[in-house]
Design a protein around this ligand. Structure first.
Ligand SMILES: Cc1cc2nc3c(=O)[nH]c(=O)nc-3n(C[C@H](O)[C@H](O)[C@H](O)COP(=O)(O)OP(=O)(O)OC[C@H]3O[C@@H](n4cnc5c(N)ncnc54)[C@H](O)[C@@H]3O)c2cc1C
Length: 387
């Protein structure tokens, strides 16, 4: 049994997902004495279950795009330093119909792409980036060059290693925090094993779990829990040969990117599918470093997850795969993994940021864009607390 100590640090971060990890990174880079507490032996939350897409292209031209662009820049820098691997090959939206091509033209003619490097591609050029794309179903592409791909199963672990080895952060795994509270001019952080440390500032980045530390916020009506389904496919040696991440029409109507385009409502109507609508499906794919293909995803808004909801599992997988097969030749590919991820988000898409006593900060509910936004959000948190 661990006992209460008189340990004092500048910053304690609760949660070793991507948001907590970047909070610790930003703190350590300011020369602050930093501790990160993660309840698992290694992070198991949304940050290791996603596509690893760092995508300024998924935003509208506002503060979120600036944050996303900063995020992409930081991942590029970290890759240059050898901290983690990235594939800086952008995202390509693939048009499979004249209407989708028209949306691309409208996007390029307007100012919705401000701040993004975008390139219009012929059908042939699009297929050369992803040889599995079906000939007749590929009329052209729109490539966003700023987007980068990280390997989700490895990125957070690599960053945590960098924090420990290069930046002097104390990363405490298998350390569940059960209480964090403001106490005079400090915060006290209590662990399940009976330990206690004090910090000038605490950042609670506990992802979808607010019930443990902040049941009051957990019950907040504005917050919704989202469950997503993902697939991994393999075709054995050689992989799929993708030199880009791919998105298709269902993502065009889901993300904010194309929302100003005059033909978008017509596209929405043309591709409407009740199964996609019921399960919040859109189709993205990215080839992982090992040559497997990440394919997803769906969005179920769940208060309490039904544990044996097999119908939705099979129906969702089937719908995602059926759509992907209309666009990609996946005949010799087999499903190797299926999994579920969770995150919390707020109605309207804003982050949940609450500060108590000027020093206990809850930062979560970044929703479906946390890999992209974490570097910028962490920098904002640290600047607000220390500058
Ligand atoms: C299927 C899927 C696909 C996605 N694709 C993308 C994408 O391509 N690009 C993108 O930008 N975003 C994507 N996202 C969103 C992104 O993954 C999340 O926004 C992000 O991972 C959230 O990070 P987090 O650190 O807040 O949460 P988490 O990753 O859930 O981390 C929270 C951590 O806190 C720890 N913790 C919780 N409570 C305690 C406690 N009391 N004590 C100690 N530790 C605690 C948990 O163990 C966990 O490790 C996707 C999400 C999913 C599910």
């Amino acid at each position: 049994m661990e006992h209460a100590t008189h340990e004092e640090v500048d910053v304690a971060v609760v949660g070793g997902g991507i948001l907590g990890t970047f909070h610790a990174w930003s703190a350590a880079r300011r020369g602050l004495r930093t501790v990160l507490l993660e309840r698992s032996a290694r992070p198991l939350g949304a940050s290791v279950r996603n596509f690893g897409m760092v995508i300024p292209s998924g935003t509208r031209a506002d503060a979120w795009r600036r944050r996303a662009s900063y995020g992409a820049l930081i991942y590029r820098e970290l890759a240059t330093l050898g901290v983690l691997g990235i594939r800086a090959h952008g995202t390509t939206y693939v048009a499979g119909s004249e209407l989708e091509l028209r949306v691309f033209e409208e996007f390029l003619a307007g100012d919705a792409g401000d701040g993004l490097r975008v390139e219009s591609l012929s059908a042939e050029a699009t297929r050369s980036l992803a040889p599995s794309l079906r000939d007749g179903a590929t009329l052209g592409g729109l490539r966003f060059h700023d987007d980068v791909q990280v390997e989700p199963r490895e990125a957070v672990g690599a960053l945590l290693g960098h924090l420990e080895t290069d930046l002097g952060v104390s990363v405490r795994r298998r350390t569940a925090v059960v209480r964090a509270e403001v106490e005079d001019a400090r915060c006290a952080v209590h662990t399940a094993a009976g330990g206690c440390l004090r910090a000038r500032h605490v950042f609670v980045c506990s992802g979808a779990d607010l019930a443990t530390l902040r049941p009051d916020l957990h019950a907040d009506a504005d917050l919704r829990h989202v469950k997503l389904q993902m697939l991994r496919l393999s075709r054995g040696e050689g992989g799929f040969g993708f030199r880009t991440m791919l998105a298709f029409a269902p993502t065009m109507v889901r993300y904010a990117t194309f929302e100003g385009c005059a033909s978008l409502p017509a596209l929405r109507e043309a591709i409407f599918d009740p199964v996609f609508d019921e399960h919040g499906i859109h189709v993205l794919c990215a080839e992982a470093a090992d040559g497997s293909l990440l394919l997803g995803d769906s969005h179920h808004y769940v208060a309490d997850e039904a544990p044996f909801d097999e119908r939705s599992h099979a129906e969702v997988d089937g719908a995602i795969l059926a759509y992907a097969r209309t666009r990609l030749d996946l005949d010799d590919a087999a499903i190797t993994h299926r999994w579920i991820g969770h995150y919390v988000e707020r109605e309207g898409g804003d982050l949940l940021r609450r500060t108590e006593g000027d020093r206990l900060h809850v930062v979560t509910a970044v929703g479906g864009k946390g890999m992209t936004m974490a570097p910028a959000l962490a920098e904002e948190s640290l600047a607000a607390a220390f500058d």
